[in-house]
Design a protein around this ligand. Sequence first.
Ligand code: NOJ
Length: 529
Amino acid sequence: MSPDGRSPWWETAVVYEVYPRSFADSNGDGVGDLRGVIDRLPYLASLGVDAVWLTPFQTSPQVDQGYDVSDYCDVDPLFGTLGDLEDLIAGAHELRLRIIVDLVPNHASVEHPLFRAAVAAGPGSEERSLFHFAPGGSDGGPPNDWPSVFGGSAWTRAVPDSAEDLDWYLHLFAPAQPDWNWRNRAVGDFFEEVLRFWLDRGVDGVRIDVAHGLFKAEGLPDMGDLPPRADGLRINPLARDQEEVHDVYRRWRRVAEEYAPPRLLVGEVNLPPDRAARFTRPDELHQSFAFTFMGIGWDADAWLRVAEELERVRRQSGSLPTWALENHDVQRAVTRFGGGQVGEWRARAALVAMLGFPGCAYVFQGQELGLPGVDVPDAAKRDPMWERARVSRDGVRVPLPWTAAADGFHGFSGVRDGARPWLPQPEGWGLCAVDGQGQDSASMLTLFRQAIRMRRALVGDGTLRSGDPAEWSLTPGGLLLCRRSGGFVVALAMGDQDVPIPDGRIVLCSAPLVSGQLPPDAAAWVLTG
Ligand code: NOJ
């Protein structure tokens, strides 16, 4: 239950995303691990968040930093052991933190035993029917024109040099990530077991990677000439949002409800809000991420448009939005909102605003510190997208600064044997460190803790009721307002002048008022009578 005692806990929760590689390294090999997370559980509890989402730690060759899984039911030695994970779950529960784990059902790793067996078994075999294998086109090229999300073709030859085996296999992401064929019922049975395996370990929820993508259009037809997006990549409508996928989540929902209390299913449903809402119908997933916010900059009209659309969809579907400004795939808010001091003020304001919006909020590690995106040198980049599309997400995955002192790589790691953090920390990283910010009453970390404490109190006393509709508006001065029931108003100053805010008691502010008005790039929570 949530602090208001009435709704499931996740409806009002703040969930903190831990990217284990970059969180805390306990064994000094330069890569964060589960023991590192265990060591920092008191920090996570001190933030006041309700739950921790761990991105993949399962066995993996780490081509896509764990999103290429070779054993779904074990922990990669890089991160520790299953025993460590069990300790982590138990330790978190003692501190009243819930644990959400990542499940990657769209694709496996080329090292997965079932994929290796499929390659070995040859064309036309039953083993190959677990994945998408197909002979090349008449020109000797790939079976169809689908692009990979990571750039280039979505097909790779199964046995590149063979004159007999002319099959290709489908991978929507890197060639190291072959897509499962969900039209084969055995795949559904396999993943039900995987789901149960993690729920039986006592996790409180599961985040589903590429939840919209499991089914591909029957027959894998060509996609034709769709225009590329601004980033040069192309969205393939034939590889997403197929009707059959909903039966998977109906099945998973029945499984999640066998547990007491029921476990959370949250999908990475990267679709427009009205399509995404179909994944959270009452017998499917509980939540999907609202991606639209992560894609916009500091633009009041865009914020209003996105918020109103989410509100409209929410009222129609009855399913609450989940708010997120950052994750391990998108540019940090500080940088996206302009960088430097201005970017920092805006990121503070945006975080306060988001935590005041109705529904569950997801924050990404380091967001509470106001970390900027880092310009990682090309030679140090590790993202498989870099090689194929010259796009890199490494800059938001740089290991956290825990201490201002640079020794031990700002407390991230007591590296040994000449090891270095898997991504380099930049000059000045210590200025954002947890230790300094923890002692600074004006820091982003302090603000984050204050916001969560206040949010909990307002949910607990019944002021904030997530299910109630909200009214969104924008004043000519660029003040975005979200009016919720209980007289609670979120005010976000996105223009370039000081603006008056609604009368009432200000319970939180991201920056001091100026002559009673909210300055640009600031946010406040107001209780109006
Ligand atoms: C979404 C994950 O968040 C991202 O990091 C990953 O590369 C893709 N899915 C593929 O698994």
